[in-house]
Design a protein around this ligand. Structure first.
Ligand code: IMP
Ligand code: MG
Length: 186
């Protein structure tokens, strides 16, 4: 076991399980976009590993843009404020867009991104998340493609961070409570 993994209360999905699920998701996405030019908009930093592993499983010509947003600012609860870190948004006019994000939690991030992008009149917008927390959301947003449903717990690994740590953990797991600073634990 790699030392970082000792900070987990338990592992939810190991690497093999994640990759098997990505095979399925990629097949679904490939079937859907077979005859349409796909543009993927990956939301950084959280989706960087998902982006690399999922896109290599989609054997279609596609374009990739990345959007850098922050909504957590270091804690374990969404602040409700989404900060776009770049001035210019990708040109999505007339394109079939698939937004790729690590996790659907409060829905604030995906809703804000969707709202921004639709002002540039894409042909279609769908969303794909690796994880979806089963909980009531602040914003009523749904994902079209979902890797796994999870409970309302704080998870790290496979791109997901706590204070910018654990992104490079190959599996996804629930972070131990004693690893969370008191001010972040609600
Ligand atoms: P939302 O705006 O509340 O839906 O949160 C979206 C963003 O918050 C995600 O893209 C993640 O970066 C972060 N996030 C939400 N839940 C978790 C979690 O359990 N672990 C790590 N990051 C999370
Ligand atoms: Mg984060």
């Amino acid at each position: 076991m790699i030392p970082m993994q000792e900070d987990l209360e338990r592992v939810l999905f190991d690497e093999q399980t994640i990759l098997r699920r990505l095979d399925e998701l990629a097949a679904e996405i490939s079937a859907e976009y077979q005859n349409r030019e796909l543009t993927v908009i990956a939301i950084l930093n959280g989706s960087f590993i998902l982006m690399a592993d999922l896109l290599r499983r989609i054997p279609l010509p596609l374009k990739l843009d990345c959007l850098s947003v922050a909504s957590y600012h270091g804690g374990t609860k969404s602040t409700g404020e989404v900060v776009f870190k770049q001035i210019a948004l990708p040109d999505v006019a007339g394109r079939h867009i698939l937004i790729l994000d690590d996790i659907l939690d409060s829905g604030v991030t995906l809703a804000a991104i969707r709202e921004k992008l639709v002002t540039n009149q894409p042909r279609s917008v769908k969303t794909c998340v690796l994880l979806r927390k089963l909980k009531e959301r602040t914003r009523p947003v749904e994902a079209d493609y979902v890797g796994f449903n999870i409970g309302d717990e704080f998870v790290v690994g496979y791109g997901l961070d706590y204070m910018e740590q654990y992104r490079n953990l190959p599996c996804i797991g629930v972070l131990r409570k004693d690893k969370i600073l008191p001010q972040h634990d609600a």
